[in-house]
Design a protein. Structure first.
Lengths: 604, 115
């Protein structure tokens, strides 16, 4: 037993205890969960400082810690405590609390196990357990979430089955179950198949395009901390961790497989952000963005050169931070307003200033505006794509254009969300209060991280976490070779200078009180019910010729793996369905008939 | 001949379980089937002109073995009757819960298992 085993076991065991604590003991579940998460974070920090470690049982290396896994592990622990702290504020008064906290802790433990596992079978076990706790956590949110939970279970569980098959093929080919074995070239058909199976599992966990469809549904129905914890942060960390492990160490990719990754990445960026543009529910909109951003990570890893991979991993970290922050902000809005429909929200900036600022910072970061962290990692992904283009070919222009265009569309859709939720006119008369301290602290910490990781991108996150992690598998060039002219601190100072000058000009303009008058609308009287919201910003896009057809298909769920799969399987089992009448005596008759046949066969 | 009668009794019970729609009638059919099985087991241990399998002090072991019936089926059937009582109580309580839930004893109405 060593520290790694304790890191995995502590949250699992305490989670099981929290699950069975009687409801009468108020505050115990919350306190115990917080302590468990804090202890786990402490362990992960200790592990991170310790560096390389191995746990051997019966001659097999079960747990293994290197720079990549310790980096992921640290952030899994960080998000665990941040989300549980937020839950204490958010979940107060909600039903099924002990199940909720219990499953949260079990998820934390299983995620630590999946990151630390060196044995493929052990990885499978933790991976499957994560799918189960994800299902249960969505299910906890109430009866309307059960459809989303079932969908999640089927999509994630189905790709888990693919992972099992992939592990079996790898074992057949190499005879070893270790994640860190010699690289398998993807030349033969079998190894290509195995790689695709592994990639599918990683895509489903992270939410890349063919297997994305559970994220928006889960985001819409589940409790906000659940969404911020699993689909937005920890599942991204794990999915991209697996993708990086698989495509960098387990397999040696040929250009064909690399092309597959690039296509998935670029397509995910564009398609998901186009869907996000037309959403009317804030959580669903954020869910589509959680899908879209995965495209950058897949694209970054698909470049297979150090800058691109570092950019992809850094973007994974940044995404977890700002998307977690965005979901938490939407949660505090939901707590006060009890709705997530953009049509009913508006004008909250005045009443919830801290939430607004945190949302603004995170929204700018996700849109890739300097000096926030999203810009740096996207910039690194772009550089990686350009670097790949030096080798020849012209396809890299397509990937670059997709990534940049996607970034612009992200900004566009966040303009809509910001305007509809925080600016614009308020639809109700009451004055909502700012969120409580337990909810504000994680939001503030996450949005501060957005700023710090952007301004001191090289000094803090890249030097400490990302580059050592990449350096494990690829040789990283010196910073001066690729940072180029981009100096975040100088850029930030220049931007601040610009903002200050703008502010001065604005203040100078308002020294004399300007005349304010209502907007002239041709003499019409504006009714009480007419308000300007951001919801219809992009309705023109939706009604354009080509896009309207595609959106129409998307609304009929023609692109959803889950619905396609359901149609397919229901087609094949329609005979069996007709037999299931639900009348028990008929089943009994079938059984008797079967018994008779057995007797005839066995006594012959 | 006797065995055919037992088989008939069993088949009557089976017919009731498969064909009847009322849960109470199905439970009664189950009891009939159970009785058929019990009678069958007792009949296996039947011995024409046999004595009760109670050994007296004065009796020689040989005469006891020659004359007494087999005690095993009877002990078995006693146990089976008690278990049958428990099973019947359980089915009836489930039937009551079903009636509370669906408001009917008709098994065609209770079809949440439909595919």
């Amino acid at each position: 037993m060593d520290l790694m085993v304790y890191t995995v076991l502590t949250p699992l065991v305490i989670g099981a205890i929290v699950r069975i604590i009687p409801d009468m003991m108020k505050g115990v579940k919350e306190g115990l969960s917080l302590i468990a998460a804090a202890v786990t974070l402490w362990f992960t920090i200790d592990l991170f400082r310790g560096g390389f470690m191995e746990t051997r049982w019966y001659g097999h290396t079960v747990f293994r810690l290197d720079t990549l896994s310790s980096f992921i592990l640290l952030w899994v622990g960080f998000f665990g405590i941040a989300m549980i702290l937020y839950s204490i504020g958010f979940m107060r008064g909600k039903a099924n609390l002990k199940a909720y906290y219990g499953y949260m802790l079990m998820t934390l433990g299983a995620a630590c196990g999946a990151v630390l596992a060196n044995n493929l079978v052990l990885l499978l076990v933790f991976w499957g357990f994560l799918a189960l706790t994800l299902y249960l956590l969505i299910q906890v949110s109430g009866p309307e979430a059960s459809g989303a939970a079932k969908k999640t279970m089927i999509v994630v569980g189905g790709t888990d089955a693919m992972l099992v098959l992939g592990v079996a093929i790898v074992w057949m080919m190499t005879g070893s179950m270790s994640l860190t074995q010699p690289q398998i070239p993807t030349i033969t058909g079998l190894s290509v198949f195995a790689f695709i199976l592994f990639a599918c599992a990683a895509f489903a966990k992270a939410g890349a395009m063919p297997f994305h469809s559970w994220i928006p549904d889960a985001a819409e129905h589940a409790h906000v901390p659940v969404v911020a914890y699993l689909p937005a942060s920890v599942d991204k960390l794990l999915g991209i961790y697996l993708l990086a492990r698989v495509s960098l160490t387990l397999f040696n990719l040929t250009p064909g497989m690399q092309l597959l990754l690039l296509i998935v990445g670029a397509f995910t960026i564009i398609a998901a952000v186009l869907m996000a543009l037309i959403q009317h529910n804030l959580k669903r909109l954020l869910g589509y963005h959680a899908v879209s951003q995965v495209g950058y990570m897949v694209l970054g890893i698909g470049t297979l050169n150090p800058i691109g991979v570092a950019g992809g991993l850094f973007h994974m970290l940044n995404h977890a931070i700002y998307k977690g922050c965005l979901f938490l902000c939407s949660g505090s809005v939901e707590k006060r307003e009890n709705t997530m429909e953009l049509d009913d929200l508006g004008g909250l900036a005045k009443y919830m200033p801290v939430t607004f600022l945190a949302f603004l910072v995170a929204a700018l970061a996700i849109s890739g505006i300097p000096p926030f962290n999203g810009f740096v990692s996207k910039w690194m992904v772009y550089q990686g794509v350009i670097e790949m283009g030096r080798a020849g070919g012209w396809l890299w222009v397509v990937w670059l254009a997709a990534a940049m265009f996607g970034s612009a569309l992200t900004l566009a859709s966040f303009m809509k969300a910001l305007h509809a939720v925080f600016l614009g006119a308020r639809s109700r008369k009451d004055k909502p209060a700012e969120a409580g301290a337990a909810m504000l602290i994680p939001m503030i910490v996450l949005s501060l991280l957005c700023v710090i990781f952007g301004v001191f991108a090289y000094a803090i996150p890249l030097r400490i976490w990302v580059l050592p992690a990449v350096g494990k598998v690829l040789t990283v060039p010196a910073a001066s070779a690729w940072l180029g002219w981009w100096s975040p601190v100088t850029a930030t100072l220049l931007i601040l200078l610009g903002v200050v000058i703008g502010l001065v000009i604005y203040l100078a303009g308002t020294l004399r009180t300007p005349r304010r008058s209502a907007a002239y609308i041709g003499g019409e009287v504006i009714g009480e019910e007419v308000r300007v919201t951001g919801v219809d910003f992009y309705e023109t896009v939706e009604s354009m010729g080509f896009f309207s057809t595609v959106y129409g298909w998307a609304k009929k769920r023609a692109f959803d793996v889950y619905d396609l799969g359901r149609m397919f399987s229901f087609y094949f089992i329609r005979g069996l369905r007709a037999m299931h009448t639900g009348i028990l005596p008929e089943y009994l008759t079938w059984m008797l008939a079967g018994l008779l046949v057995l007797i005839v066969i066995l006594l012959r | 001949m006797h065995y055919a009668l037992v088989l008939m009794l069993f088949m009557i019970g089976l017919y009731g379980v498969v064909v009847k729609r009322n849960l109470i009638k199905i439970i009664i059919s189950l009891i009939i089937m159970e009785t058929a099985v019990n009678v069958f087991i007792v009949m296996v241990g039947y011995r024409s002109g046999g004595m009760a399998p109670i050994m007296q002090q004065t009796m020689a072991t040989e005469t006891f073995i020659r004359n007494s019936v087999d005690p095993l089926p009877q002990a078995l059937v006693l146990t089976a009757i008690v278990i049958g009582l428990g099973v019947t109580a359980l089915t009836i309580s489930i039937a009551m819960r079903l009636y509370e839930r669906y408001g009917t004893y008709d098994v065609r109405e209770i079809r949440r298992l439909r595919g």
